[in-house]
Design a protein around this ligand. Structure first.
Ligand code: XMP
Length: 326
């Protein structure tokens, strides 16, 4: 990448007018760079790749080929939302790859967190490269790189980035949001008409629910993570906490405890709730969630999520505890 410094003259994009001006500028720049050629993009449904996709769709329509890989570790409703927004609402050229079994089969009995991350990252690249090889005439690869990624390319994000693309995908890069900070990406995403649920999403790790299903991933505990996370998000939204709390999710550790259900002893999993505030993820404090909200979440999880008989609240700040459990 030749030019990786944000121009000093570039204004902070914090209004819809500035976002529209940025969009017009980038649409022209993308058209000038790409001409009538085809562009490939790995679309996770996260803010950065979604905004990047929406800009390219505006600029070149179906010359953009979006690939959404469902690795089975996404939150409830996310793959469906990507299909709904991009294929149905934006009429994009979207390839949806159901790779759930492929990923989960590779992860059987793998307990080491870094090994899990490596397998998920490697498999993602393989699936994406396979899809790329099925396409004719691709000459460009679009990436939702944002300015903090460039600034921190030696730091945590680079270490964590399981979505990095293979060098053998030797295409010229298109990176329309590479000089934007996260808040600017959101303003642009809003101006492009992306739904709030996509634009204001909380941070979500590349390996997804895989690092919240502690130890070796099993399908029953993975479903318990997904279902309990959906309940937590629903209740946080209903209580007006969405957008106020920096990151909130559930974890299912790989231990069981006793319980009693319908008069019979059970031996089930626990769900841990984590809700933290942070500025840049290097430290985090605990959100004081009202007891009534927690109580409702606990009751719903115990009633609705199968195989779970206990709900815990993680009160540990970072440091010493990291935000994720793995
Ligand atoms: P920790 O757990 O290190 O997390 O306190 C700090 C922030 O990074 C996110 N995180 C990841 N993001 N791939 C990612 O893209 C990863 O492997 C990964 N691990 C942690 C975490 O959700 C938090 O926002």
């Amino acid at each position: 990448m030749e030019n990786n410094k944000r121009p000093e003259s570039m204004q902070r994009i914090n209004t819809p007018e500035l976002a529209n001006a940025f969009i017009d500028e980038q649409v022209a720049a993308i058209r000038a760079q790409v001409g009538s050629k085809k562009v490939l993009l790995a679309l996770s449904g996260g803010v950065d790749s979604s905004v990047c996709a929406a800009l390219l769709i505006k600029a070149i329509g179906k010359q953009l080929v979006c690939v959404h890989v469902n690795h089975g570790l996404l939150r409830k409703g996310e793959p469906e939302q990507v299909v709904e927004v991009f294929r149905h609402q934006m009429d994009a050229n979207l390839i949806y790859v159901d790779a759930v079994d492929r990923f989960l089969d590779k992860l059987v009995d793998v307990t080491d967190p870094e090994q899990k991350r490596k397998i998920i990252g490697k498999e993602f690249i393989e699936v994406f490269a396979e899809e790329a090889s099925k396409q004719d005439g691709i000459e460009f690869l679009a990436q939702g790189t944002i300015y903090p990624d460039i600034l921190e390319s030696q730091g945590v994000k680079a270490h964590h980035n399981v979505g990095g693309l293979p060098p053998e995908l030797n295409f010229e890069l298109v990176e329309p949001v590479k000089f934007l900070y996260k808040d600017e990406v959101r303003v642009v995403g809003k101006a492009l008409g992306l739904p709030d649920g996509m634009v204001y999403r909380q941070p979500f790790p590349g390996p997804g629910l895989g690092v919240r299903c502690v130890g070796a991933i099993t399908r029953d505990r993975l479903e318990a993570v997904r279902e309990s996370d959906a309940i937590l998000r629903e209740e946080f939204a209903a209580a007006g906490l969405e957008g106020k709390v920096w990151q909130y999710f559930t974890i299912v550790p790989d231990f069981r405890s006793t319980g009693i259900r319908d008069g019979k002893r059970c031996w089930d999993w626990s769900v841990v709730i984590r809700a933290v505030n942070s500025i840049d993820a290097t430290s985090a404090s605990i959100e004081e969630v009202p007891y009534a909200v927690l109580n409702k979440i606990v009751n719903r999880i115990l009633a609705e999520v199968s195989g779970v008989n206990r709900v815990l609240y993680d009160l540990s700040p970072k440091p010493v505890a990291t935000i994720e459990w793995e």
